[in-house]
Design a protein around this ligand. Structure first.
Ligand SMILES: Nc1nc2c(c(=O)[nH]1)N[C@H]1C(S)=C(S)[C@@H](COP(=O)(O)OP(=O)(O)OC[C@H]3O[C@@H](n4cnc5c(N)ncnc54)[C@H](O)[C@@H]3O)O[C@H]1N2
Ligand code: MOO
Length: 402
């Protein structure tokens, strides 16, 4: 295991054999942000009837260019009566088009003289009409399986009168923070101790990736406690995430414990930050195995590791293709960089000008400097044994996504 593994090798090892979790049925309200387990078909045409896109007058297009008596008034939510030729209907946006009418003229183009509407010429059939089924036709696919239920999708479900949907159960994640030096905010700091930055950061990222953090624990630098708490985590969760304790230090007990409780698939990646990242599985007896992701303790390494590995893992467990990879964008580098055997994921801010996108790297790219992540909206990828000069194109992974 001495050689560095590529990110791609690690990703395929991580996703190998992972299948989507079971479905559960939830009210649409409770399903916000969740991933659809099944496609949803439309039950209704939307709109359900031809209706007006404007406040104005409905008529037959052959009756344009003349003054027409106003035979009825159609407001949204009321049925329209048939319209006789040679007359028009006062109509409001969303009002049902009266049978016999085939166009609507907006009121700004109509003059009212002696209680008749003077209609301009040249109004074609279909003018300002929203046809039945134009948005959604009954029987067609409304939403796909694997789609995340964000705002517009929830609106689409409600537009069909649908009240409940089948979604994937959220992946249950146990989050373990290793290290005697780690203290929870709210507690006093002793000498040499630091507050636990990784826990809230990863909790938030995992929630964004569609997971539920069901258990958290602090793991002291002891081989026995590491083994005990990893075993407990595996019983409670689908995925066990640890931070710290995966390097080569004397207090780095995590890998050994994973090997004893299951299998260490892979350790040490050709990436910066995140070199000591470890992947494996933890046995849960008859309940199969939990996936294990050991993120390095440095907060930036944990942050980058979460985007590159936890996000696609949650995507596979949720059957959600949009979580599989990050959108990429080519930007002009505003910085110089040089790499060795490890691919560098640099934290950058993207700007946009006439020349397209440009990437501005945070000044200090050390893996302990979490400031570099706070305002980063992308990771600029500098390939192994690569070099970038200012002005060169650089591939960026966009982080402003769920
Ligand atoms: N001799 C070597 N030393 C190190 C190597 C190496 O190859 N040879 N790799 C370095 C790299 S790269 C990284 S990354 C770190 C990762 O080490 P660990 O994953 O074992 O993490 P720790 O040693 O436990 O912690 C590293 C660092 O991060 C701080 N930390 C840990 N947990 C948290 C937390 N929850 N919140 C905030 N900060 C945390 C910890 O105090 C350490 O400062 O190893 C290098 N060493
Ligand atoms: O691989 Mo480490 O995360 O650079 O400090």
């Amino acid at each position: 295991m001495a050689d560095l593994q590529s990110v791609e090798t690690a990703l395929s090892a991580l996703l190998d054999g992972v299948s989507p979790l079971p479905a559960e049925t939830l009210s649409c309200e409770a399903a916000a942000g969740r991933v659809l387990a099944e496609a949803v078909s439309a039950r209704l045409d939307v709109p359900a009837f031809d209706n007006s896109a404007m406040d104005g007058y409905a008529l037959h297009h052959d009756d344009t260019g003349r003054a027409l008596p106003i035979a009825q008034r159609v407001v949204a939510g009321q049925p329209a009566a048939p319209l006789a030729r040679g007359s028009c209907a006062r109509i409001f946006t969303g009002g049902e088009l009266p049978p016999g009418a085939d166009c609507v003229v907006m009121q700004e183009q109509v003059e009212l003289i002696d209680r008749e509407a003077v209609i301009p010429t040249g109004i074609p059939a279909g003018n300002n009409i929203r046809r039945r089924g134009r948005d959604v036709a009954a029987g067609t696919r409304l939403l796909d399986a694997g789609q995340r239920l964000e705002a517009a999708a929830l609106g689409h479900l409600a537009g069909q009168g649908i009240t409940g949907v089948a979604v994937r159960r959220r992946p249950r994640v146990a989050l373990l923070s290793t290290g005697d030096e780690i203290v929870a905010p709210g507690q006093p700091l002793g000498p040499g101790q630091i507050y636990n930055s990784n826990r809230p950061m990863l909790t938030r990222l995992l929630e964004r990736f569609g997971a539920e953090v069901v258990w958290r624990a602090e793991v002291p630098d002891s081989a026995d406690e590491t083994r005990r708490l990893l075993g407990e985590a595996a019983r409670r969760a689908d995925v066990v995430v640890t931070t710290g304790g995966v390097s080569v230090g004397e207090a780095d007990h995590v890998k050994q414990a994973v090997a004893e409780l299951g299998r260490l698939d892979l350790w040490r990646l050709a990436m910066r930050p995140g070199k000591p990242l470890a992947l494996g599985r933890l046995s849960r007896g008859a309940a199969g195995e939990a996936r294990f992701v050991g993120l390095p303790g440095n907060p930036v390494s944990s942050f980058v590791g979460a985007w590159l590995f936890l996000r696609p893992l949650m995507g596979a467990l949720l059957g959600c293709p949009s979580l599989a990879g990050l959108p990429t964008l080519t930007a002009r580098a505003d910085f110089a960089a040089k790499t060795g055997p490890r691919r560098h994921y640099m934290r950058v801010q993207l700007g946009f000008d006439e020349g397209g996108a440009h990437a501005l790297a945070f000044g200090d790219q050390n893996s302990a400097v979490l400031s570099s992540c706070v305002e980063a909206d992308a990771l600029a990828v500098i390939p192994e044994h690569g070099s970038i000069q200012p002005g060169d194109p650089v591939q960026c992974l966009w982080l402003q996504v769920p």
